[in-house]
Each structure stands twice: as structure tokens, then as C-alpha cells.
Design a protein around this ligand. Structure first.
Ligand code: SF4
Ligand code: SF4
Length: 81
């Protein structure tokens, strides 16, 4: 999964781009639900939020490192629900 750092300026351009609905406005900055973020695996070749973020504040979440296979499995579970 990816994460949003405190450099987020709350511009809201990433939220509508997420195919999994994983991004939402948090208490202070936007947040990514790691249970829903597939790093866009299953939908796109590149993480869509990273493509649009004007301040480049959406890195990989070191607390949620996943393989491509694990991300694909997450995608399957989300889309089957
Ligand atoms: Fe959503 Fe893709 Fe960004 Fe994850 S990488 S939060 S799935 S847009
Ligand atoms: Fe924050 Fe970047 Fe999303 Fe804008 S695009 S809300 S700066 S994470």
C-alpha cells in the first residue's frame, strides 16, 4: 500500500482518481486505507494518486510492503465484495 505524508496540502485531486476508494480526507491531511490500496494493481500500470499529486507526497508505506501477487489478491477480494 501507499501512504500520504504530512506534506499533503489537502488539494483533493487524488481522492477521485483512486479506483478502490482508498483515499479520504483525514482529520488533518488526506489518508489512504491500506486495506483498500492495491497500489492500483488490477486497475492501472501506475499508482494513479502518485501521478496527480502536485507535491509528490505519496510514497510506499514501509509498514505495508506487499508483493505484486499479494496486491493482486487484495484486488480480487475487494472486487468480489
Ligand atoms: Fe488508490 Fe491506487 Fe493510490 Fe492506492 S495507489 S491509494 S489504489 S490510487
Ligand atoms: Fe494531499 Fe497529494 Fe492528495 Fe493533494 S494529491 S490531497 S497533496 S496526497
Amino acid at each position: 500500500a501507499l501512504m500520504i505524508t504530512d506534506e499533503c496540502i489537502n488539494c483533493d485531486v487524488c481522492e477521485p482518481e483512486c479506483p478502490n476508494g482508498a483515499i479520504s480526507p483525514g482529520e488533518e491531511i488526506y489518508v489512504i486505507d491500506s486495506n483498500l490500496c492495491t497500489e492500483c494493481v488490477g486497475h492501472y500500470d501506475e499508482p494513479q494518486c502518485q501521478q496527480v499529486c502536485p507535491v509528490d507526497c505519496i510514497p510506499l508505506d514501509p509498514g505495508h510492503c506487499e508483493t505484486h501477487d499479494e496486491l493482486m489478491e487484495k484486488y480480487r477480494i475487494i472486487t468480489a465484495a
